[in-house]
Design a protein around this ligand. Structure first.
Ligand SMILES: [Mn+2]
Length: 416
């Protein structure tokens, strides 16, 4: 067992999600006892009246059948989410595990978990994703843990008709995604997406990999099991732990007790050498250069910073520079801008409750034709055409230095 708190939260979850089913099926069961018993008595009476019958044996047999049915129902109701999920997988010859666009280590780890589970019930698995696997950590995850995930362009590229979603609950980000009706959903994001046969969404959890780790625990699998029992492989344990770490800033942010329990459960199978290679991959020189330019070129006003890193080859380096700069002492909100092919890319980070970064970026690109900006309170992004900004507006057009002023105004709330 992982630990009592996990068991509690899993039960609580199970009860909450399946509350309706519990009541619908449970009530008739409870109500059934007298009713069925009555029926049995009536049948026993009927048997008694049969000439030459053996009423006591017949009545006993009926009661045994009733008891077996009740016990059967009880077991079905008590079945863990893990066992129900495995039964859904067992009912298919092949499935596609679908990741969200630009999948992260948590999504990839959860897919590995589903793959391992499906392997024990002879179900073929293809893991597929829209978008790209770009960040160094995400590429390192795939390489070091020897995973082969397949990229898709449209719903027509899906390998199997039965789709299992992990780490998101509604398919998105590719042509035809709207029409997909997943058979199962395992996720930790808020949302109303469900699977036709199985749904396990726990928004209070810090990672989807935690849920998979719990499944293995519930099914009696052990990490690094040397006594021949069902085993969570070292590769899988390492992947699941890194999935949890990367979604929770290494267990410092957005955790529930379940993440600590799962980390403890997985510990024995974790391969530290490979975990280190995934967590600390070699960094591309350009990313370091862009970070260096972001530090050198920063302009700080009060606690806010804006930094223009100029032309970049890979736009992924811009958010990484923003994350780096937010670590600077005294700076609580930061926007980094960089250029590629005539487009200005923005990436903002905030650890200041006064600055809702998504709203600030949205305000900063207001009235600029075809520009986009938005995001969450602590993280946002945007892009705009420099030609449109300079030539078309707002007003008579803006230069890049004037746009920097706008970013400061948006962060202080002067521009809304
Ligand atoms: Mn996740």
């Amino acid at each position: 067992m992982i630990g009592s708190s996990t068991a509690e939260s899993a039960d609580w979850n199970y009860g909450r999600r399946e509350g309706g089913t519990f009541i619908v099926v449970g009530e008739p069961l409870r109500g059934m006892s007298p009713g069925v018993a009555g029926g049995a008595v009536a049948q026993a009476d009927a048997v008694t009246s049969l000439p030459g019958g053996r009423p006591a044996i017949a009545a006993g047999a009926v009661l045994v059948v009733v008891a077996l049915v009740a016990v059967g129902w009880w077991f079905r109701l008590r079945r863990s989410p893990a066992a129900r999920f495995r039964a859904v997988l067992a009912g298919r010859d092949e499935i596609t595990v679908l990741l969200h666009p630009n999948p992260d280590p948590d999504a990839m780890a959860a897919a590995m978990g589903v793959q391992a589970l499906a392997g024990t019930v002879d179900t073929d698995v293809t893991v597929q994703y829209p978008g790209q696997i770009q960040r160094q950590e995400n590429r390192a995850f795939q390489t070091v843990l020897e995973q082969d995930f397949e990229q898709i362009e449209t719903a027509g590229d899906l390998e199997a008709d039965s789709v299992v979603l992990v780490d998101h609950n509604e398919p998105r980000g590719f042509h035809g995604s709207d029409a997909i009706d997943p058979v199962a959903v395992v996720d930790h994001h808020p949302g109303s997406g469900t699977g036709a046969e199985f749904t396990d969404v726990r928004p209070e959890y810090g990672a989807c990999a935690t849920i998979l780790a719990e499944y293995f625990d519930e099914l009696g699998w052990e990490p690094h099991n040397t006594d021949g029992g069902p085993s969570v492989s070292d590769t899988l344990a390492t992947g699941l732990l890194y999935g949890i770490q990367s979604d929770t800033k290494r267990l410092t942010n957005g955790c529930s007790p379940a993440e600590f329990d799962a980390a403890s459960f997985l510990y024995r199978g974790v391969d530290e050498e490979r975990l280190d290679r995934v967590a600390n991959p070699q960094v591309n020189a350009e990313v370091l250069e862009v970070k260096a330019r972001a530090i050198t070129n920063r302009e700080v006003r009060n606690a806010f910073a804006v930094s223009d890193v100029g032309d970049v080859g890979n736009v992924e380096s811009i958010p990484q520079a923003a994350e780096e700069l937010l670590r600077l002492e005294g700076v609580t909100a930061i926007v980094v801008l960089g250029r590629r092919d005539g487009t200005l890319h923005l990436s903002g980070r905030s650890r200041d409750d006064r600055v809702h970064m998504g709203k600030a970026l949205k305000a900063s690109v207001k009235d600029i034709p075809m520009a986009e900006g938005g995001g969450h309170a602590r993280m946002g992004g945007g892009q705009l055409s420099i030609e449109h900004m300079e030539g078309l507006g707002p007003g008579d057009g803006l230069t890049v230095p004037e746009f920097r002023d706008r970013l400061f105004e948006a962060m202080t709330g002067e521009l809304q």
